[in-house]
Design a protein around this ligand. Sequence first.
Ligand code: GDP
Length: 236
Amino acid sequence: MARPHAMTDRPTPARPDRNAPTEAAREALGWLHTARFLTTAAQLNQLPALEVPEIAFVGRSNAGKSTAINTLTQQNQLAFASRRPGRTQHINLFALGRQGTTDAVLTDLPGYGYAAVPLADKQRWQRVMANYLVTRENLAAVVMLCDPRHGLRELDEILLEVIRPRVEQGLPFLILLTKADKLNRSEQAKALQITRLQAGGGAVMLFSAPKRQGVEDAATWLRAVVDAAASPSDAA
Ligand code: GDP
């Protein structure tokens, strides 16, 4: 009889893939994948009044907002396609919901801080964004995209101040630290630590589109926010 293999020759036991999405994440990603373009608005007063929960995505231009929206919805062109020339300053709304129903909306607000934009335009957009964040009645959450290599910058801080009262009243707020693949582990830990101090009670997650880091956690967070915002009669 052949000698049994030495202990070290044992095949690696099958074990659950640590990177496999949880059931909740799978459900959330499937739901996010239903995203489709709803409408675009050049001004706040052109935005349709909506009953469904709305999640706003904000961030400096180049922070990785379009990439994050495309990654979360698993649609390569969703956020880019609606950002045609001349429309970069528009507010773009995407509907979410299975079988053509809409149970939530993602709102892509114009990126701010682009150096080439004249000061007057920057100030105008600061006002529009502040107005939106303060007055939008169905706003259920705000997601701020931030490149951790630069950290929160002045315009991010201004928006944070604008939404702080709503966050203190319970508005869910998430800062996604994008491009996490560009940081090593200790830089990631440091960025998380610093941003958590600045987030005023909001959640902070690392996010990388190419590595798919944080995608499931962010998707699960978004789904949970919408579930929580659904009216009690819907939940029954
Ligand atoms: P936006 O202006 O905020 O919409 O930013 P974009 O999504 O257009 O991204 C700006 C740049 O950052 C592009 O060159 C993207 O390819 C890059 N980028 C975005 N997300 C990531 C990421 O997670 N990792 C890396 N390495 N690059 C990213």
